[in-house]
Design a protein around this ligand. Structure first.
Ligand SMILES: Nc1ncnc2c1ncn2[C@@H]1O[C@H](COP(=O)(O)OP(=O)(O)OP(=O)(O)O)[C@@H](O)[C@H]1O
Length: 362
């Protein structure tokens, strides 16, 4: 395989008519990393990937691959390869010819390209099916053919648009592990578009969370989960509750807000200079049903819903001016002292489990 390339986006925008799909985003994906572009439908992640691939013109800004501006280059000359959601396999060609297709386009002679395609099929453990057509394969096998076809050009970066979305849940998890293993063994830069938080957490070294054409946060999965930068990230990842209110106190490293209804909440960190309101995030899996008189931050609410998820139980709680506060308890903790809808419960969390959130500048 050829060397992995760093990918850099400098103030890249995409405008379609009156819609700005991507607003001047800047991002560096270091060589050899697994990057996931994560966000809800319509946030601009596929457009960003297609601009990196060269399947979409950029309206403004620069895209660099291995420190070279590639803005005007066609896809085949960028050193990237793209794997599509639908796999885009040719139904009338056998696997060898499917995988060898881009070498044929490059003018590689038949014997050489078939030998290389067979080698790639071996790498993907598809050699026994070499003379089959795509329709004679399972979804997971088709996905591996699509990967083999993208990798045969020896790209410096592989771009994957929702590569697991066509698979059933069981196969999705299996193929996810295979993708990660492949990326690690090839040492290649991967950029993978997904709308699944779990998929991004499982795969990425770098998660880029997009919302409305902007990057909300680009960080390691650990940081995204433990230290969401914005209310959007905290809500989208589901790791934190977000409480919004008026700032009533700013101490050294602590901010206190008051929510409608008068209850006050404190959290570690400073609010933005000059701000009158702030958002506080509280870990869903660290908030507890407390024993009476136990110190700590919290409030008393009413259980609105209980969902038994197996290893954890999710409680939705309303109260103190907060409409929907989620807590995740271990099954052992919940069943040691079960509660039901309508019960009044005192909640608490440690000061370190509440943080002040920032905002994306528009
Ligand atoms: N060819 C196009 N013409 C006009 N608008 C477009 C075009 N392609 C995308 N858009 C718009 O740009 C925005 C971003 O679209 P994009 O496909 O990048 O989002 P996405 O995050 O990949 O969403 P999904 O997960 O649904 O694929 C959307 O508002 C979309 O409607």
């Amino acid at each position: 395989m050829s060397k992995a390339a760093e990918i850099e986006l400098a103030a890249v925008s995409k405008v379609y008519g009156t819609t700005t799909a991507v607003h001047a985003i800047s991002l560096k994906v270091p060589a050899g990393r697994y990057c996931c572009l994560l966000g809800p439908s319509g946030c601009g992640k596929s457009t960003t990937l297609r601009m990196i691939a060269g399947h979409e013109d950029i309206t403004d800004g620069d895209i660099m691959l291995a420190n070279k501006v590639v803005n005007g280059l066609p896809p085949a000359r960028r050193g990237t390869a793209m794997m599509f959601q639908s796999y885009a396999l040719f139904p009338h060609l056998d696997l060898v010819d499917n995988v060898a297709f881009s070498l044929k386009m490059q003018g590689v002679d038949k014997e050489k390209r078939r030998a290389e395609a067979t080698e790639m099929l071996e790498l993907m453990q598809l050699e026994p099916y070499a003379d089959r057509r795509p329709a004679q394969l399972s979804g997971g096998q088709q996905q591996r053919v699509a990967l083999a076809r993208a990798l045969i050009t020896k790209p410096q970066a592989l771009l994957l648009d929702e590569p697991l979305s066509a698979l059933d849940p069981f196969l999705k998890i299996k193929m996810r592990a295979e993708l990660k293993k492949l990326q690690t063994s090839l040492g290649m830069t991967f950029v993978h578009v997904t709308h699944s938080q779990e998929e991004a957490m499982a795969l990425a070294d770098l998660i880029v969370i997009m919302n409305d054409g902007r990057i909300e946060q680009a960080a390691s999965p650990r940081d995204i989960f433990q230290k969401p930068a914005t209310p959007f990230v905290a809500r989208f990842m589901g790791s934190h509750n977000v409480i919004s209110g008026r700032i009533v106190e700013q101490a050294d490293k602590q901010t206190t807000i008051e929510v409608a209804g008068g209850h006050r909440f404190s959290a570690l960190g400073a609010a933005e200079v000059g701000a009158e309101t702030a958002d506080i995030a509280v870990r869903t899996d660290h908030a507890r049903l407390k024993d009476a008189d136990e110190p700590g931050f919290g409030f008393t609410g009413v259980v609105a819903n209980v969902e038994d998820l197996g290893a954890t139980v999710k409680l939705s709680i309303t109260g103190a001016g907060i409409e929907d506060f989620t807590i995740l308890l271990s099954d052992a903790d919940y069943f040691a002292k079960p509660v039901k809808s309508g019960d009044a419960v005192p909640l608490s969390w440690a000061p370190a489990d509440a943080i002040v959130l920032g905002h994306v500048k528009s």
